[in-house]
Design a protein around this ligand. Structure first.
Ligand SMILES: Nc1ncnc2c1ncn2[C@@H]1O[C@H](COP(=O)(O)OP(=O)(O)OP(=O)(O)O)[C@@H](O)[C@H]1O
Ligand SMILES: [Mg+2]
Length: 270
């Protein structure tokens, strides 16, 4: 069999990060993750090239590429574009077939998705109206407390109290946080309150779509242990432990869909 028959790629260009996954014989062969720049086509190519380089492959070696995310439209490297919701659903289902509910928290929006046993979307709800409750919001908070984003969740988990956050807008929440610090509230307790207020917003999204076990948390924010714990409490669920970096799930789903499309189009046979 030719080498060309074996490789499929998914490229997910999000608002904050571009991700790629290359599948070989159904297994994850290589991945790439880079920050998104102003040019979404270039960001996608950078993520794809990173995975190609680490795999020792060229773009011509790929049978089929599916683009997804914010920057999927007009990506010239992709054979097809598919929505992010569909890709997160397929990616989560591919790794964890028992998953029926997905929370995707990325840089600029948050999605509640319910799927069936085949990974097809049953229903979804999305908060894309404002930055509060997204990865971007948490980045702003990490900046306010001058801590690394990757440490934010653990700091919130070390709290001894929960300081309620009343502002629901990033700009107001930032100034409210600053006045809470000035009032002498401990950073970990404020951060704990912030994580819980975001989790409660997410619970609001699920009041529309419903929750069914198992529950999966995808997107970059899923790496935040404090967010995971706050969501588990707000939704009264246990989140499945991800097998790979949860930020790559959309790109994985796109690669799985690339494999399915190319099979349907007769480009390879199992
Ligand atoms: N180690 C980490 N710990 C905590 N948060 C993280 C970590 N790495 C990334 N993030 C968060 O992940 C977010 C980016 O996630 P992701 O790549 O899923 O977003 P995106 O797909 O670019 O955005 P969108 O889907 O909204 O367009 C960043 O805003 C950042 O807050
Ligand atoms: Mg995304």
């Amino acid at each position: 069999m030719s080498i060309n028959g074996n490789y499929f790629a998914g490229v997910d260009v999000g608002s904050l990060a571009a991700k790629s996954v290359i599948l070989k014989d159904g297994e994850i062969f290589a991945t790439g993750l880079v920050p998104s720049g102003v040019n979404s086509v270039e960001s996608g190519l950078n993520a794809l090239n990173l995975a190609l380089e680490s795999a020792g492959l060229k773009q011509e070696d790929l049978t089929y590429i599916v683009g997804t995310g914010y920057g999927r439209v007009s990506a010239p490297y992709a054979n097809k574009a598919v929505t992010e919701i569909t890709c997160h659903a397929k990616g989560a289902n591919y790794l964890h077939p028992t998953v029926r509910t997905i929370i995707d928290m990325g840089g600029q929006d948050c999605k509640a998705i319910r799927i069936d046993q085949d990974g097809a979307v049953v229903d979804f709800a999305m908060n894309d109206k404002c930055a509060a409750g997204t990865g971007r919001f948490l980045e702003v908070m990490a900046g306010v407390f001058k801590v690394e984003l990757k440490d934010l969740g653990a700091i919130a988990l070390s709290a001894t109290d929960t300081v309620p956050m009343s502002s629901t807008c990033t700009v107001f929440a930032e100034s409210e946080t600053i006045s809470l610090v000035a009032r002498g509230e401990k950073p970990e307790n404020i951060l704990n309150g912030i994580h819980h207020s975001i989790a409660n917003r997410i619970a609001g999204l699920f009041s529309r779509v419903g929750i069914e076990s198992d529950v999966f948390f995808s997107g970059g924010v899923a790496k935040n242990s404090g967010m995971k714990s706050a969501i588990e409490q707000a939704l009264k669920v246990t989140i499945v432990k991800p097998e790979i970096d949860p930020q790559l799930i959309g790109a994985l789903g796109a690669a799985v869909i690339a494999r399915n499309f190319s099979k349907k189009e007769g480009l390879w046979a199992a």
